[in-house]
Design a protein around this ligand. Structure first.
Ligand code: CA
Length: 376
């Protein structure tokens, strides 16, 4: 299983309705898809989270180190690529690009052995995962109290057991919206908050104290990702569990988070934090520290499939007769090619998504869609 070629597909599509979160606004969705081809013709697919063109540039820098390598030697390849760029690349784009390569290599391994990735990783511990709906982004016009309450009501009707609300726009505005959303979905549907690091510790503590009686599942990215001291303050200062980690990388990055107990729930992105190989290690570390692990997911169906295979092998936490099962983040915001890249889309049924059980990632990538959405 020698690697014969490494390709990237940079995809892009304009949105019908641009949307915003606490610190940014977008008019497009993009993706960097990694395709690794072996000498025998076997193809593996992966995805890198983050700026598509920059990810593609790093994958191309990896290419000479990958050509001719044994595609099954995922640990050796991971260490080779990481070591080569370690001095300048311990976090960020080097690791997101490495993640896409690692996911593609796991897809190849599964196809080689005719088994789904989660079986080769020792699972499954579960074959389906309950999903929560991610959405509630801001539009350019309209009253969020109207269109966001309508949006979450739709998720509840679809059967989602929980929804995540975007906040980080200012304390009073956020608190009013959180109250309105809780009133709309009622007490039975879970509600989580995601500030996209739109607060400092003082504001985040004030917000947490104000809305804790509304039964909030977690407060995500309350403060800047590199500021673990503020994370610790938010954890200590208010009662809602604190989540984060979509901007953290590798076992070494999460070692700090876990050792300082800066978060109650870590959320590595499988396509960013180091791929399936690294995220399994991070998950086992989190288990040893007694910290929950719920992957961040925000890509195409390829990244979603990778996350599902990891979810299938996350250790039970805590150990008991009826363990608390992990949740899948299912992005419901507009994404013209999220499902189009797959010949058979991965969808939820009444808020539950089945883990793909075909060889490798268990997906069939639609090359016509890669062509149709190729960035010009
Ligand atoms: Ca988030």
């Amino acid at each position: 299983m020698r690697i014969a070629d490494v390709r990237t597909h940079v995809l892009e599509a304009r949105l019908a309705m641009p949307f915003s979160w606490s610190f940014d606004r977008t008019e497009v969705r993009g993706a960097c898809i990694v395709e690794i081809v072996c000498e025998d013709g076997t193809v593996g697919w992966g995805e890198c989270f983050g700026p598509p063109r920059l990810n593609a540039a790093v994958v191309h820098a990896f290419r000479p180190l990958l050509l001719g390598a044994d595609a099954l030697a995922t640990e050796r390849i991971w260490q080779t690529l990481y070591s080569q760029f370690r001095d300048q690349g311990q976090k960020g784009l080097v690791v997101t690009a490495l993640s896409g390569v690692d996911v593609a290599l796991w897809d190849i391994r599964g196809k080689r052995f005719g088994a789904p990735v989660h079986r080769l990783m020792g699972g499954p511990l579960r074959t389906g995962v309950a999903a929560y709906a991610t959405g509630t982004y801001r539009r350019d016009a309209g009253d969020p109290l109207d269109y966001i309450t309508a949006e979450v009501a739709g998720y509840a009707r679809e059967g989602f057991g929980a929804v995540k609300l975007k906040i980080g726009f200012g304390l009073q505005e956020d608190i009013a919206l959180i109250r309105a959303v809780r009133e709309t979905i009622g007490p039975q549907v879970g509600l989580m908050l995601d500030a996209n690091h739109g607060y400092d510790a003082v504001d985040a503590v004030a917000l947490g104290r104000a809305v804790a009686p509304l039964d909030i599942g977690w407060l995500e990215e309350p403060v800047a990702p590199e500021d673990l001291g503020s994370y610790e303050e938010v954890r200590r200062g208010q009662p809602i569990p604190v989540a984060g980690g979509e901007c953290e990388f590798t076992r070494w990055g999460f070692r700090e988070v876990l050792a300082r107990r800066a978060m109650d729930i870590i959320q590595p992105d499988t396509c960013a934090a180091g791929g399936l190989s690294e995220c399994k290690k991070i998950a086992d570390m989190a288990n040893a520290f007694g910290v929950r692990y719920l992957p961040h997911v925000w890509g195409t169906g390829i990244g979603l499939a990778a996350a599902l295979h990891l979810l299938a092998v996350l250790p039970h936490h805590p150990p008991r007769h009826k363990p608390r099962e992990p949740l899948l983040e299912l992005d419901r915001s507009e994404h013209p090619f999220r499902q189009a890249v797959l010949k058979k889309p991965i969808e939820h049924v009444s808020g539950v998504v089945q883990v793909p059980d075909g060889p490798g990632l268990g997906i069939d990538v639609d090359r016509a869609a890669l062509e149709r959405f190729a960035a010009r």
